[in-house]
Write a protein that binds this ligand. Structure first.
Ligand SMILES: *[C@@H]1O[C@H](CO)[C@@H](O)[C@H](O)[C@H]1NC(C)=O
Ligand SMILES: *[C@@H]1O[C@H](CO)[C@@H](O)[C@H](O)[C@H]1NC(C)=O
Ligand SMILES: *[C@@H]1O[C@H](CO)[C@@H](O)[C@H](O)[C@H]1NC(C)=O
Length: 332
């Protein structure tokens, strides 16, 4: 019933760049080394928040904002990971909850991600298809929460049980196409789990094991918006029946306003139950989540480029400072 154009494999290939993650992370932080006058960000008045919501209004904000990170002091060119995290704005993590979605079949990617991109996220939630402790992180098996009907007439889901059996016999589970197909069932329970674990966050930031953000850019953008309003932000991809959704491989963000309507409504059935048929039929979990958000809340994805992009860094277009490009945002 719900199908997607074939753009997904291309997009996905473009972001398989987990190796240079650490370099990019350093690059992102060192961006602030040469900023002479550092001051913490000012509070944006509530009238100024959510400018993108005024239809027909400007698609960018005209005031300057400031970094949440102090300049990086790199006295001897020799920073360790803990030096890099020392000045990370962890106080923001009470308001901004980061959720990493991954799979048991990708241990190298997970290790690299936890050591670099998400290394400073002290309260990171990790959702996976297998329950395990890795380092200081509890990988939560979100598929375990799904109703048993997910397994019926659903060959893609059979992998989950095969994987469980392998784990219980002490076998390791490597990367597989089947494991990748299983990934799409994680989206709905991931969103439920995030809200269940951290009902008081203002923003829910979703990331995958081959995705990174420039944290300061993301934090500064979210600081301009009102989290009580409904925001579903990401990199829009056209889906079935003229609907768009945020491409999972670019990361996406939900505001508490959306979360309350989407999963905080106890009078309705759980997302993963309500939209089970869609989740079973559609190829892509990010698409199903987008359709579920639209169906339940009426909210469309807001494209915010290039902070959310399925491209690698070198392929970004229209970046501010290089031409008249502004970081545009609009409903798609
Ligand atoms: C962290 O901030 C402190 C105070 O501003 C500064 O002294 C220190 O050098 C910073 N650390 C790094 C790695 O930049
Ligand atoms: C980096 O640190 C090591 C040991 O702490 C030291 O031997 C080396 O000279 C340092 N490198 C630079 C470029 O400062
Ligand atoms: C940017 O746009 C302004 C007005 O639209 C124009 O005057 C200016 O020349 C443009 N700058 C560049 C670098 O294209």
């Amino acid at each position: 019933m719900l199908t997607l154009p074939s753009s997904r494999p291309l997009l996905r290939r473009g972001i398989y760049i987990s190796i240079p993650l650490f370099i990019l992370f350093l690059f992102g932080l060192s961006h602030f080394v040469h900023q002479p006058q550092y001051a913490f960000p000012r509070d944006v008045s509530s009238q100024q928040k959510s400018p993108y919501y005024s239809k027909g209004g400007p698609r960018h904000y005209s005031w300057e904002n400031r970094p949440f990170f102090p300049p990086l002091i790199n006295a001897d060119g020799n920073l360790t990971a803990s030096d890099l995290c020392a000045n990370f704005s962890t106080h923001l993590l009470d308001r901004i909850q980061v959720i990493l979605k991954t799979g048991a079949g990708e241990p190298e990617k997970n290790k690299a991600h936890l050591a670099t991109v998400t290394s400073c996220i002290t309260n990171l939630i990790v959702v996976s298809d297998h329950d395990e402790i890795i380092g200081q992180h509890h990988f939560i098996d979100v598929l375990d929460d799904l109703p048993p009907e997910y397994a019926s007439d659903n060959p893609d889901f059979a992998t989950y049980h095969a994987q469980k059996q392998a784990h219980s016999q002490g076998e390791s589970v490597g990367y597989s196409q089947e494991g990748w197909r299983l990934d799409r069932f994680k989206f709905l329970p991931m969103v439920e789990k995030a809200y269940e674990m951290r009902p008081h966050a203002e923003w829910y930031v979703f990331i995958e094991a081959d995705v990174y953000y420039f944290w300061d850019t993301l934090f500064r953008i979210l600081d301009q918006l009102d989290p009580s309003m409904m925001h579903y932000i990401g990199s829009p991809v056209p889906g079935a029946h003229g609907r768009s959704f945020a491409y999972g491989g670019a990361g996406f963000v939900l505001s508490t306003g959306v979360m309350k309507r989407l999963v905080g409504d106890s009078s309705d059935s759980r997302l993963s139950v309500k939209y089970m048929d869609w989740a079973k039929k559609d190829c892509c979990g990010d698409a199903v989540l987008g359709y579920a958000i639209l169906d339940k809340t009426g909210v469309k994805v807001e494209g915010l480029y290039p902070t959310f992009a399925g491209d690698d860094l070198a392929s970004l277009k229209n970046v501010p400072g290089t031409d008249n490009g502004t970081v545009g945002m609009g409903a798609n």
